[in-house]
Design a binder for this molecule. Structure first.
Ligand SMILES: Cc1cc2nc3c(=O)[nH]c(=O)nc-3n(C[C@H](O)[C@H](O)[C@H](O)COP(=O)(O)O)c2cc1C
Length: 257
């Protein structure tokens, strides 16, 4: 049994390599009773700001798991910052024993930081499928492993955090802007895992109170009409979805209406 969250398909692609029984976290969150009892449970999700996305933390803290083997695999783009080792305390507080925690480097979809076209060029050297197969073998033999935090990753994380932007002042302020290219198709409303968007007068209207910045809406817009309001994007014309994942799968995983 795997619980996954994905905004652009990387984590769903990874999850498909590990198990056939996949459950979307945004859909599970609609259920009142979240008690799961099965011999192996996994969580697969993207790394956001060197951490688990808030939605995933919320799911973990507000669900009960009974299992003999609990694993976490996070997909990320460039630097994981030692997230596996750093999250030990969070899982301890949640009363969860983690048997296996690993990361997979895939394409980085963080638009304010990277040009997706440049990122695509790095794909071959990331050897994603090889790495996924290695993790699958680890899981099948129920390996116990928590990815250690290398000095390079810790240094990178600490350097980043020292200059991190404080987003608290921007909560409820427009995070995204919608251009005249918008045709009101509503795809953004269906890929949002928190149901923050509705179509009003033929255009998306955002309620930012639950938005955690996953960028699903920006990447899925077929017109490339959604962009960052305050931050300069590296390439406003480049958008991403994992080439092995259909838009319909992301809608099925994330839709709230
Ligand atoms: C808001 C946000 C924050 C991110 N933070 C990081 C990060 O700290 N380090 C990193 O290497 N990649 C980061 N990424 C890139 C994603 O973790 C990566 O592209 C991931 O594979 C996307 O998975 P998905 O397609 O399943 O959503 C971030 C992406 C987003 C949207």
């Amino acid at each position: 049994m795997i619980f996954y969250f994905t905004s652009t398909g990387n984590s769903l692609y990874a999850a498909k390599h590990f198990d056939n029984e996949l459950y979307s976290i945004p859909q599970e969150m609609k259920k009142e009773n979240r008690h799961y009892k099965v011999d192996r449970i996994g969580i697969v999700c993207p790394l956001f700001e060197f951490d688990l996305p808030v939605l995933v933390k919320d799911f973990i803290l507000n669900s009960e798991f009974e299992t003999e083997y609990f694993y976490i695999v996070m997909t990320y783009g460039m630097h994981h910052g030692g997230c596996a080792a750093r999250n030990a305390e969070f899982f301890e507080k949640a009363g969860l024993h983690i048997d296996y925690f690993n990361t997979v480097k895939m394409l980085d979809n963080a638009l304010p930081v990277f040009d997706i076209e440049e990122q695509r060029k790095l794909d071959p050297e990331k050897k994603v499928d090889e790495h996924l197969a290695m993790i699958r073998a680890d899981l099948d033999e129920r390996k116990r492993y928590i990815q250690p935090a290398s000095k390079e990753e810790v240094d990178f994380y600490e350097g980043y955090m020292a200059h991190a932007i404080d987003y608290s002042a921007s909560i409820n302020k427009p995070r995204y802007k919608v251009s005249d290219k918008c045709i009101g198709c509503g795809i953004c409303t269906r890929v949002c895992p928190k149901g923050c968007i509705r179509i009003k007068d033929g255009r998306p209207a955002y309620d930012y109170s639950n938005c955690f910045g996953c960028m699903s809406c920006i990447h899925a817009c077929p017109q490339k009409a959604i962009g960052y309001a305050a931050l300069q994007e590296k390439n406003p014309d480049a958008r991403y979805r994992n080439p092995n994942i259909q838009l319909s799968e992301i809608i099925l995983a994330n839709h709230q209406n």
